[in-house]
Write a protein that binds this ligand. Structure first.
Ligand SMILES: [Mn+2]
Length: 343
């Protein structure tokens, strides 16, 4: 008989900032962790009922870039950053916390998933994104690593890579059978081939339109983990949202998720009690105007809060059974006070 595990949401969270942007070409995703903190990230999460929030600081990377790999920009930097990040993610998880990683571009998904896998080998991965991020350096148009993290992570694709110097620390062991996609609407031809070849459950926007966001995420969870006992990692690219909802991002695509759908999705995953890691990536506060920036950061905060237990229904105070009663004592009743003075 299998040992039944009863899951309930962890009430401890660890924040990691990754001001890293060399996985793509635009300036600005590196300032997102600071912008999110300034916007009240820690305070807003702390306001969620009973949540213990600890900030584990930023991952800072320096390294030589003398090694070049064909059509794979800044690999040594990407590798050095992810190596440190992987260790930090494992550390936060071992501290019994949900790990929330604020990017940075999506190349940091290599480090977060690697660090999670090293603690929970049975983890499943939900990649919420407009793009599939499953190119190799052979199939990528841009040569930017933020379009390759999934292909780097999954063991089934390891034969499709050349030897990657500096990446020896990362042995892909995670299986593509434990991956699901939500929000896709800009998928390259070889990415689509990979999704079909390995039968990855992938709900593109047209599937979400057909089935609704609740059925879509529930179907993915059912396919990846029918016994409902595996830890969940959500890698949330802000460009999964419609670019009207989150304009400040490097590769915006129209026709994406509404913020309401994203909140609903994160609430459903939170309610499983099995969410152990969230990445929030590709917020670029340097793109667009002040209103674009504010909208995008607020959307990111809403997504995180929904994943960490914030209830749109509201939450009654703990251990309190009644509204605060106001007793009118004699001395603070103005009329009686007047009478007393006039005696
Ligand atoms: Mn992405």
């Amino acid at each position: 008989m299998s040992k039944a595990t009863k899951w309930k949401p962890l009430n401890k969270v660890g924040i990691i900032g990754v001001p890293f942007e060399k996985g793509q070409k635009k300036y600005g995703v590196s300032v997102a962790p600071a912008a999110m903190r300034t916007a009240g990230l820690i305070e807003q999460l702390t306001e969620i009922d009973g949540l213990d929030v600890k900030d584990f600081g930023d991952i800072e990377t320096v390294c030589d870039e003398n090694i070049k790999v064909d059509n794979m920009a800044h690999l040594p930097l990407v590798s050095a950053c992810n190596r440190q990040l992987s260790n930090r993610v494992s550390q936060v998880l071992r501290d019994g916390r949900v790990v929330v990683t604020i990017g940075g571009d999506h190349s940091i998904g290599v480090g977060t998933v690697d660090g999670h896998y090293k603690v929970n080998e049975d983890m499943i991965l939900i990649w919420v994104d407009a793009h599939a991020d499953i190119n190799t350096n052979k199939t990528s148009d841009s040569g930017s690593v933020h379009g390759m993290p999934v292909a780097l992570l999954v063991k089934e694709l390891s034969d499709y890579w050349p030897y990657l110097p500096t990446m020896d620390w990362q042995v892909p062991k995670f299986s593509i059978k434990n991956l699901g996609y939500l929000g896709l609407r800009s998928v390259d031809q070889f990415e689509r081939l990979a999704i079909e070849k390995y039968e990855v459950p992938a709900f593109a926007m047209e599937d979400i339109s057909e089935h609704g966001i609740q059925n879509s995420i529930n179907h993915i969870l059912q396919v990846l983990d029918p016994c409902m006992n595996k830890p969940i990692h959500v890698s949330f690219d802000i460009d999964s949202l419609d670019s009207l909802e989150a304009p400040s991002t490097g590769t915006p695509v129209r026709g994406g998720l509404t913020l309401r759908e994203a909140i609903c999705l994160m609430e459903i995953i939170h309610n499983t009690g099995r969410l152990r890691a969230i990445d929030l990536v590709e917020i670029n506060p340097a793109l667009g105007n002040e209103s674009d920036r504010r909208k995008t950061i607020e959307a990111g905060l809403c997504v995180l809060k929904a994943g960490l237990g914030f209830s749109r229904r509201g939450t009654a105070p703990r251990g309190v059974l009644d509204l605060p009663v106001q007793t009118h004592h004699d001395h603070d009743c103005p009329a009686k006070e007047l009478l007393r003075q006039n005696k």
